[in-house]
Ligand binder design. Sequence first.
Ligand SMILES: [Zn+2]
Length: 394
Amino acid sequence: MKPPAHRPSGVPPGLRRAVRRLLLAVGLAAASLPAQENAGRSTPTRPGGAPPVAAPTAPKAAPKAVAPAGPAKPAPRAAAAPKSGEGKIPAAGAYVGAREISRVLKAASTWDAGKKQLTLTVANRRFVLEAETREAEFDGVRVFLGAPAEIRQGELAISKIDYLRLLTPAVRPGQGAGKPPGLKTIVIDPGHGGRDTGKVNARLRVLEKEMTLDTARRLKVLLEAKGYRVVLTRDDDRYVELTDRPAVADRVDADLFLSLHFNAVEADVERVTGVEVYTMTPQHQLSANRQPDDQVAVHNPGNFNDHWNAVLGFAVHRDLLAALKVPDRGLKRSRFAVLRLARCPAVLIEAGFLSNDAEAARVATQGYRQQIAVAIAAGVRSYGAALAQARANR
Ligand SMILES: [Zn+2]
């Protein structure tokens, strides 16, 4: 189960009202949209058509970073100093075309007019973008763009935000980004705990909070064996506030934040299985479920690492799928509180559907949880390799 995407208390009411007025102005009022957050996630996601609304244009007076710390808490140590700096985010309406993309990324490109697909090839890896959909294929895995690709001026074009904050990090880690972050201290966040059970398969008595904790402990052992310093946000069955979880990462000056969850749907339980991986939604974009929220225009702490979030999410998603061989639910974006508030590169992993009895039964075995932990550890290693490559290219 996902934590709530946003936490009202983090934003001053005045700002919230201003953002809501802005969203209303660009036609993003919640009431005008199909408000099907769960359905949007639970359907085997293939948002083929254009979204119901145009992406919001960048507001003239976009608020700067909003300090998210709760009122009673001291500001986290790293508050003013993100791990890496990235340039100004482009306006949502700005697009960049195939010729420019392949030139800057030094990619060979082919255009299939029938399928409306552009294929970029870099070192035998293929990145396929398709017109009129947000769904893309990066090196064999599903990835959801923040806005649909389009045909503009006779060529395929994607939103400049997707180009800079998703495609570029996947194809050329580090290109155009600041200094690559380190990778020494890793915080693992076992989702839920205590009175918050997370998702439950009552038939099989499988509780998300128990599955996440056990998987986190296994992952800790694997990562420590590789020399990382590892801290858990909880190491027993206790309730931890969402906002306190990224605060643990602040406290230990973490380089990486991994939030572990298991998923569930209410309908279609027989059919929906597999893995999805989330990173923070870039400013001015809608999350994968297209649910507008009052954070669209806000540059959150999690946005300081858009580039490295994408490098991380792509690495972890690819390695999870390679190891588990389960349906690919896609690399997606969302403004979950833990991702929104994380000041280091962060990812939220939904490692399986407890609503599906067969998958829940597998998750309930120690062997499968070990496989999940091994796959995530491999993803961390791949991310580390991408950081090393980025450093070498500087
Ligand atoms: Zn959860």
